[in-house]
Design a binder for this molecule. Structure first.
Ligand code: ADP
Length: 322
């Protein structure tokens, strides 16, 4: 093994830069050359790449986003796009490709590995934490901290105005960001896609809270739930209770910012682990961390199996919020 490639793909996540830095510096320490591909699979198709060195990754450990840029490429999902990508992989002399991204990126990586015989290794990086085979994805805890910072600020105004606030957080189809930021922010309710929304129950608990003197509440709503958007849920609750409410959608705020300590450490650990897998001839796998130890699982399991949220934590909040 002489040369590896790295790309970041799909939604950006804070901690991708520390991961790129770790891949480059560790691979170089093992005598490998590293090619950085720009804008994910789009860059592979366009042949947009550069040789990385110690200097191209200096001063990036604290920066959000990804210096390699990221993109979504519909063309790559087609045979023609994949053929062009593989031609460029051969042209660059890339012997193994490290793909840093979420489940969509892992699907693409598996196709490269299985169908086109390009040894590929995935590194889970998405704020949603919805990748199986790892306790944490790169970017998740930074996004939780960002959401928490907003919740704390919203709490000030909620208390001052005796208001109910609905705060919508990201998470695609998983409630990880909602659950963690909601627990940490002392939310009165946490609505996650994994649990059906009970509007009557929410209204009853709000009423009960009012009788006990609780005049403001924060309800965290994970996007993508079957009960609809935070606006729809808020209007149903308003109809029944008549309480003064506001809706805040945190949106893309949650994607940016300097990666927290853990995302820098995780990015560094998993970047190194991916290079080790490549050197050992591993392929078609994703690296991850389980109980503090680096593990690998198949790319297919990583994107296909559903990682479960911790329902003990979810139910604990029902007690905390009383
Ligand atoms: P994420 O990796 O954050 O989940 P996406 O789902 O947007 O982001 O996937 C990123 C890219 O991966 C897509 O733009 C596409 O190029 C590639 N990709 C996703 N799904 C597939 C698939 N089924 N086959 C081939 N490529 C895919």
């Amino acid at each position: 093994m002489r040369k590896i490639g790295i790309l970041t793909s799909g939604g950006d996540a804070p901690g991708m830069n520390p991961c790129i830095r770790a891949v480059v510096r560790y691979a170089m320490s093992r005598g490998l050359e590293v090619i950085g591909i720009k804008r994910g699979y789009k860059g592979l198709i366009d042949g947009d790449a550069e040789i990385m060195n110690m200097r191209t990754v200096s001063g990036i450990i604290y920066r959000g986003g990804t210096i390699l840029k990221t993109a979504r490429s519909k063309y790559f999902t087609e045979e023609g796009g994949q053929r062009k990508a593989v031609q460029n992989i051969k042209k660059f002399g890339i012997e193994a490709l490290i793909v840093v991204g979420g489940d969509g990126s892992f699907r693409g990586a598996r196709i490269l590995d299985e169908k086109w015989d390009v040894p590929t290794i995935g590194v889970p990086a998405t704020i949603d934490n919805d990748i199986w085979g790892t306790d944490f994805t790169i970017g998740f805890l930074t996004a939780v901290n960002t959401a928490l910072d907003a919740i704390d600020k919203i709490r000030d105004t909620a208390v001052s105005h005796d208001r109910v606030f609905f705060v919508e957080v990201m998470g695609r189809t998983s409630g990880f960001i909602a659950l963690w930021s909601g627990i940490a922010g002392g939310a009165e309710e946490i609505l996650i896609p994994e649990v059906p929304v009970d509007i009557d129950g929410i209204c009853e608990r709000l009423e009960r809270g009012r009788k006990r003197g609780k005049v403001s509440s924060i309800i965290i709503v994970a996007e993508g739930g079957k009960a609809g958007s935070s606006y729809e849920i808020a209007s149903k609750v308003r109809e029944k209770t008549g309480y003064d409410d506001r809706v805040v959608v945190l949106g893309h705020l949650q994607r940016g910012g300097s990666p927290c300590a853990w995302d820098r450490i995780l990015g560094t650990m998993l970047g190194k682990a991916a290079v080790d897998v490549a050197i050992d001839g591993g392929r078609g796998v994703a690296v991850g961390i389980i109980n503090g130890k680096v593990k690998t699982s198949s790319l297919k399991d990583a994107y296909e199996k559903k990682k479960k949220i911790d329902f003990d934590l979810y139910h604990l909040n029902e007690i905390m919020a009383t």
